[in-house]
Ligand binder design. Structure first.
Ligand code: NAD
Ligand code: MN
Length: 409
């Protein structure tokens, strides 16, 4: 069978420590299953600035474009914080070059032992199992002028200190802006921002959300989040979402939720939102941060950014990374929690390589490690969970559990 190409970008700070832990877990998979992976590392971020003067070199970009999927640690640090060339520019450029339009952040308790770290009461937080799917290229931020050149999309603009600027239909039409449109502008006493979506952009993110729901057994419910009572883009969003879901995914439970009420439910009764929540770029920025604190620690959660809807019949590239940053305060000490990166590798198997069983095996191994108790608590906690275990100990234990699980399968 074919060997999948995986490009690993360790990056900066704790990045190399957590990606090497995740690579070890992937190596257990290739050793015990027919899956073949060709794993190579490339410099990225600050490490690449030091070596080549740029955060994303042509060589690294080429390796990323040729890869079936990318595993990223984190970039950045005080060393590169102030210059005109910054590590974070590498991530933005890479996302753009790869056309990553779906940002996926699951938030769930992989072990009930973690309930004690939630900012919510245990009775409220327990059972939360939310996957936020954020549209990453359009909407309220980073509006590209290319979007405006084709028909069939909706615009919304407002001017601070005034009300909405209406056209005959109560909406701003794209041609009103001509070629001069910019996503944001400030002049004198007024500032304005634009929110733009085309039918195609909405359709592909809704399909990605539906495919993510279908990748689970049983399939997840899909909730589309919008502000259709106020925004024209949200009304187009709701219309397109309804069409696609009714026509092509009638087997999935599907509903709509207004974004303000979703934000409230997420802290009052998050289980009510269990399943896939799909939404506009800025709504997703806000609600994915809100959802990610519910299961406790930054060090535990994975994320994915996809260049297409997941499809079991073909590989769809993407960047897989933990939600945390490069943690300069603990870098080089070998004490970073590798679980967010290990779970990112599991997402990579599920969404990019069409390997849900292997993904579930990794998740089960992590659960086993976090479930094991000694002296009435977690016996293998890294610093972010108030413990003293190191990165290698956690990775060793996950690999051990994974070997046991795969031997049984
Ligand atoms: P951070 O996530 O790096 O760290 C926040 C706190 O959480 C720190 O105290 C850190 O020690 C702890 N922490 C984070 N991950 C951990 C882990 N896996 N195990 C144990 N503890 C962990 O956020 P920050 O301090 O705001 O940012 C540091 C640098 O990372 C900055 O340069 C920032 O720009 C960058 N950053 C990069 C990304 C990315 O690469 N996608 C994301 C966020 C921040
Ligand atoms: Mn954000």
């Amino acid at each position: 069978s074919k060997a999948y190409k995986i490009t690993v970008l360790p990056g900066d700070g704790i990045g190399p420590e957590v990606t090497s832990a995740a690579v070890r877990v992937l190596e257990v998979i290739t050793k015990h299953t027919p899956l073949q992976l060709e794993i190579t590392e490339q410099l990225f971020g600050g490490a690449s600035i030091d070596a080549h003067g740029v955060p994303l070199s042509d060589g690294t970009l080429k390796a990323c474009k040729e890869a079936d999927a990318i595993l990223l640690g984190a970039v950045g640090g005080p060393k590169w914080g102030v210059g005109p060339v910054r590590p974070e520019q590498g991530i933005l450029k890479l996302r753009k070059e790869l056309g990553l339009y779906a940002n996926i952040r699951p938030a769930s308790f992989i072990s009930e032992n973690l309930l004690q770290y939630s900012p919510l009461k245990e009775s409220v937080a327990k059972g939360t199992d939310i996957v936020v799917v954020r549209e990453l290229t359009g909407g309220f931020v980073s509006v590209g002028s290319s979007v405006l050149s084709s028909g069939d999309h909706a615009c919304f603009a407002w001017v601070w200190g005034r009300h909405l600027r209406p056209t005959t239909q109560g909406e701003l039409l794209p041609q009103d802006f001509g070629d001069k449109v910019e996503s944001s502008s400030v002049s004198g006493a007024h500032a304005s921002d634009l929110c733009v979506y085309s039918r195609e952009e909405i359709e592909r993110i809704i399909r990605a959300a539906a495919q993510i729901a279908l990748a689970e057994n049983p399939p997840l419910a899909v909730t589309s989040v919008d502000k259709a009572n106020v925004l024209a883009t949200s009304r187009l969003w709701r219309q397109v979402a309804t069409e696609i879901m009714e026509k092509d995914y009638p087997q999935l439970a599907f509903s709509h939720q207004l974004v303000d009420s979703a934000a409230m439910i997420m802290v009052a009764n998050p289980r009510k939102l269990n399943g896939v929540l799909v939404m506009e770029n800025m709504f997703g920025d806000i609600l994915s941060d809100e959802s990610s604190v519910i299961p406790g620690s930054l060090g535990l959660l994975p994320s994915a950014s996809l260049a297409g809807a997941p499809d079991p019949s073909k590989t769809v590239s993407g960047i897989y990374e933990p939600i945390h940053g490069s943690a300069p305060d603990i870098a080089g000490q070998g004490i970073a929690n590798p679980i967010g990166t290990i779970l990112s590798a599991a997402l990579m198997l599920r969404y990019s390589l069409g390997r849900p069983d292997e993904a579930a095996a990794i998740e089960a191994a992590v659960r086993k490690v976090l479930d094991s108790k000694a002296a009435g608590g977690l016996d293998l906690r890294t610093k972010d969970l108030g413990g003293e275990a190191n990165t290698t100990e956690v990775a060793d234990r996950v690999c051990e559990q994974l070997e046991k699980i795969l031997a049984k399968a």
